[in-house]
Ligand binder design. Structure first.
Ligand code: C2E
Ligand code: CA
Ligand code: CA
Length: 884
């Protein structure tokens, strides 16, 4: 008989939806709802039982009863047949969480019509059914099921009796086969209708199509079963010797049926397996899509709700009353308990649980009938009759335990297929968890800075996306601490790292735990403030800067640090202009670069962007512009004092840009330097200057050329070799080449710069300290440098006439330079007075607008020709005298 187990079993499932708990009682609302459902179901049970009893009474008095002593053995044989027929049944999975069993009950029933009266068949069925229920100690369901049994058999006999009457058979006549068939089909129909009503009573959802499909399937199977039983009985009762034939047909059909059910089960099990693995994998992706998820909602990177769904799926597949997932995916985590199905009675988490002592990785099957009293007690604590328990293991680590309690069937407990299925599920689950953990680690590493543990740039982009979409007012802060290079130079990288960690911690403390914070590189951080109106941004940045500027205790040292903050707000843009996180980061970066020079906090304004756009263009177009001849070298003469001979020229680069016009080196040299293109610039200028020098030599003029170097040139170890090759190429004596370097340039990285400078010096090249007086200007340090010249910065020379201080500086530099045996050059000589003063002080060389502005080659030629007297003869030493 197709048998719907929705009966009492469904009570256990009355909880709506999956729940998660960590040893806490379930939500009161869910419980209250469950209690109402339980009350409704009790009323339903009462109705079914009363109706069954009344109907059985009525049908019993209507149908005749003939006593026969053979009934003494027919009754027990029928009961055993019913028992066997049920035991061989298979489960059909229905997603309402109610399991339906298809069995062979129709076979004993249809035969029962011929060999026994109503009362005996009813008794046999009741004894078989209730006996099994009681043996499995599922007391709560007995009454409802008893009522259902009564109605099934009563209905069957009532219909059979009516059909018998309808086909015109007499009261004492044997029952016609049509009547037996119709009656037999009534039983599964009644039980199905009762179960569908139970689904309604419990307010569980089942689609109409599912209900119809299920009923149809049960009727078809019922019909096949009844026909087999009927034909077998008819053949044997007519030709008793044909029993082996009937047996063969029956066995054949059974074999087919089993093969089919095995196939069905295997297919369903495969589906369930891939479902569970997929759920873990998919939930991992979802969790990754919102990295800001609160850790307490996640177990092993998987949302607790997802775990509940997984538990629910396992429960459905095993037709278990309850599935418990116990998870501890990280060693330091507390054990999390996720329950699907019936509530788990609260348990003492510290107690030693004999069901959780799990050696190996296989599934263990515990039953209440077991001898071990500890196991019995543990099952009773769970309110369970039996339990399948399997550990989730990865390598040697216990990730968790899966428990399945009480199979939802009124006849059978868990079988070997359930054990197998749970075992495979557990290993799939453990593998997917392992993969998830690996993935989570990789993802975490991809989005986080290993040093500070804050986000990195890609992580920041990812995390910032969502709040940026949700909040109209957002501010991106870019925080630069100027400490990194200073500390790492002075103390080494380990200290700089500690400094960065300390700074990161301080920013985190200042901004609070929920603000997305990233370390971009070095000692640069970025933070996203949401819900911060643009007018408050400056204040917020300023406050943060103050906090960051306090000294950092790093071990026993206290390191001073200066913080610069640039910020960009979402509303700083022109209307209609959409800014994403990338754009904001870039703007904040532009703003922080604009902080130099006093203002330590700056907000982005569009004009800043223009500057940077221009810079960007300059950097990208520089190489091409060299080829296109947009870049040239101008020369500014230097004359000796007091005899005013041309001592040399300084090469100064010029760029006439097709779009931006004339660009001064102060504008583009720093950009080119930062872009790592200074080598290209220097070799161009050097080449031009040496070519010029060669021409003069060829004309018999010995004029030295000075080329400005940047610190970055000194980072190139091969630089001296390159210079030597160039000198050789043009055949220039090295003493005709001067390199000018600012002192702060050399100071910033003396270890690197000094060897290169020494090498250049040993080549015979003249070295000059440019802009002297503006930097640290340490005498001791000047002595260490292999230099030949100092160039007094033009700011002092220009101010000399009006400022006594400047005059004093110039005077002392001249004296200092001479005391060190250096040639002293003054630049920025614009007036006669200045030249005369310098001459009086004993300054060696003068350069400035008074003598000449920097000139292009042709005009320099003219200048030289107009102002000098030239002695004839090519390679002879020539003296150039200034005429004016
Ligand atoms: P600098 O080396 O100090 O060059 C002298 C600057 O002072 C030049 O500016 C020159 O035009 C200007 N100057 C000369 N005499 C006077 C004067 O009497 N009064 C005033 N007010 N200014 C005077 P310029 O050409 O704009 O160059 C600026 C800076 O750019 C240079 O300063 C130098 O540091 C850098 N620079 C120029 N060419 C190159 C180059 O080829 N390579 C590198 N690395 N830097 C260069
Ligand atoms: Ca210079
Ligand atoms: Ca200078």
């Amino acid at each position: 008989m197709p048998d719907t187990n929705a009966h009492g079993d469904a009570v256990a499932q009355a909880q709506p939806g999956p729940r998660a708990a960590s040893g806490t009682p379930p939500q009161p609302a869910a419980s209250a709802e469950a209690r109402t459902d339980e009350r409704r179901f009790r009323a339903y049970t009462f109705a079914v039982l009363s109706l069954g009893l009344v109907a059985a009474f009525a049908v019993g008095s209507w149908l005749p009863f003939h006593w026969d002593s053979r009934l003494l053995w027919i009754g027990p044989v029928l009961a055993i047949a019913f028992l066997l027929a049920e035991q061989l049944g298979i489960n059909v999975d229905v997603r309402s969480g109610i399991s339906w069993t298809i069995s062979f009950t129709e076979i004993p029933l249809v035969i029962g019509f011929f060999i026994a009266p109503f009362e005996v068949v009813l008794a046999a069925h009741l004894v078989a059914g209730i006996g099994t229920l009681l043996a499995r100690k599922v007391a709560g369901r007995v009454l409802y099921n008893a009522g259902a049994f009564l109605l099934e058999i009563t209905g069957a006999f009532a219909v059979a009796g009516l059909v018998k009457y309808a086909v015109g058979a007499g009261v004492g006549d044997k029952i016609p086969w049509v009547a037996a068939l119709a009656g037999t089909l009534t039983a599964p129909l009644v039980s199905t209708l009762l179960a569908l009503a139970a689904v309604r009573v419990l307010r569980r959802r089942m689609r109409v199509s599912t209900a119809v499909r299920l009923t149809a399937r049960i009727l078809v199977v019922g019909f096949v079963n009844a026909s087999v039983g009927l034909s077998g009985y008819l053949v044997i009762s007519n030709t008793p010797k044909a029993w082996p034939l009937v047996l063969a047909v029956f066995l054949g059909l059974t074999a087919l049926y089993w093969a089919y059910s095995d196939l069905l089960r295997e297919q369903r099990d495969m589906e369930a397996l891939s479902d569970v693995s997929l759920m873990v994998a998919r939930s991992g992706q979802q969790a990754a899509a919102r990295p800001a998820s609160r850790a307490d909602e996640l177990v092993g990177g998987v949302d607790v709700r997802e775990w509940a769904t997984i538990a629910e799926r396992i429960k459905d597949q095993l037709a278990a009353g309850r599935v418990v997932l116990r998870l501890r995916l990280e060693p330091k985590d507390t054990m999390r308990v996720v329950v699907a199905g019936e509530d788990l009675p609260p348990a003492d988490p510290t107690a030693d649980d004999p069901l959780l002592r799990l050696p190996g990785a296989h599934v263990r099957h515990f039953r209440i009938t077991e001898a071990n009293p500890d196991v019995r007690a543990a099952l009773l604590d769970r309110g369970a009759q039996e339990a399948l328990v399997v550990p989730l293991r990865s390598a040697n680590q216990l990730l968790g335990v899966v428990e399945a309690h009480d199979r939802l069937s009124r006849w059978r407990g868990f079988g070997k297929y359930d054990v197998q299925l749970l075992g495979t599920m557990a290993s799939h689950l453990a593998t997917s968890l392992d993969n998830r953990r690996l993935l989570a680690t990789l993802r975490h590493d991809a989005y986080h800075d290993p040093l500070t543990g804050h986000l990195n740039r890609p992580g920041f982009r990812q995390v910032a996306k969502e709040p940026l979409r949700d909040f109209p007012n957002a501010v991106v802060l870019r925080i630069d601490l100027d400490v990194f290079s200073t500390v790492s130079d002075a103390l080494g990288y380990a200290w700089a790292d500690r400094m960065v960690i300390a700074a990161g911690r301080r920013i985190r403390d200042a901004l609070g735990p929920d603000v997305p914070l990233a370390r971009l590189e070095g000692a640069s951080f970025a933070a996203l403030l949401v819900g911060c109106p643009p007018e408050d941004a400056h204040h917020a940045a300023e406050r943060l800067r103050e906090e960051l500027s306090a000294p950092y205790p790093v071990d026993r040292l206290s390191v001073e640090a200066n913080a610069m903050i640039g910020y960009a707000t979402t509303s700083a843009d022109e209307p209609g202009d959409v800014v994403d996180i990338e754009g904001l980061l870039q703007r904040a970066d532009v703003a922080v670069r604009a902080t130099k020079g006093g203002e330590e906090v700056r907000g982005y304004v569009p004009s800043m962007g223009q500057i940077f756009l221009r810079r960007f263009q300059m950097v990208t177009q520089f190489r091409q512009s060299l080829e296109d001849g947009q870049v040239s070298v101008h020369y500014q003469p230097k004359i000796t004092l007091p005899n005013r001979q041309v001592q040399g020229v300084e090469a100064l680069v010029r760029w006439v840009h097709p779009e931006f016009g004339r660009l001064g080196p102060d504008e583009f040299v720093p950009a080119i330097e930062a872009a790592g293109l200074i080598g290209v610039l220097t070799s161009f200028v050097l080449g031009e200057a040496l070519k010029r020098c060669r021409k003069w030599l060829d004309e018999g003029l010995r004029i030295s050329v000075a080329v400005n170097l940047s610190v970055r040139n000194l980072a190139d170890e091969d630089f001296p070799n390159k210079v030597a090759r160039e000198l050789e190429r043009f055949g220039i004596p090295p003493e005709l080449l001067t390199f000018e370097l600012t002192e702060s340039g050399v100071m910033s990285d003396p270890q690197k710069a000094l060897p290169i400078l020494r090498e250049l010096h040993s080549l015979g090249i003249v070295l000059a300290v440019d802009d002297f007086g503006t930097g640290y200007s340490s005498l001791a340090y000047l002595r260490q440098l292999p230099v030949d010249q100092v160039k007094i910065d033009k700011s002092f020379v220009l101010g000399m006439g009006t400022d006594l201080g400047d005059l004093a500086v110039v005077r002392s530099i001249v004296e200092l330079g001479h005391s060190l045996g250096l040639t002293v050059v003054a630049e920025g000589v614009e007036e006669d007075v200045a030249r005369d003063q310098l001459e009086a002080m004993g300054c060696d060389v003068a350069q400035g607008y008074l003598i000449s502005r920097p000139l292009p080659e042709d005009r320099l030629e003219a200048w030289l020709q107009a102002r000098t007297a030239r002695s004839p003869g090519r390679h002879s030493e020539t003296v150039l005298t200034l005429l004016t």
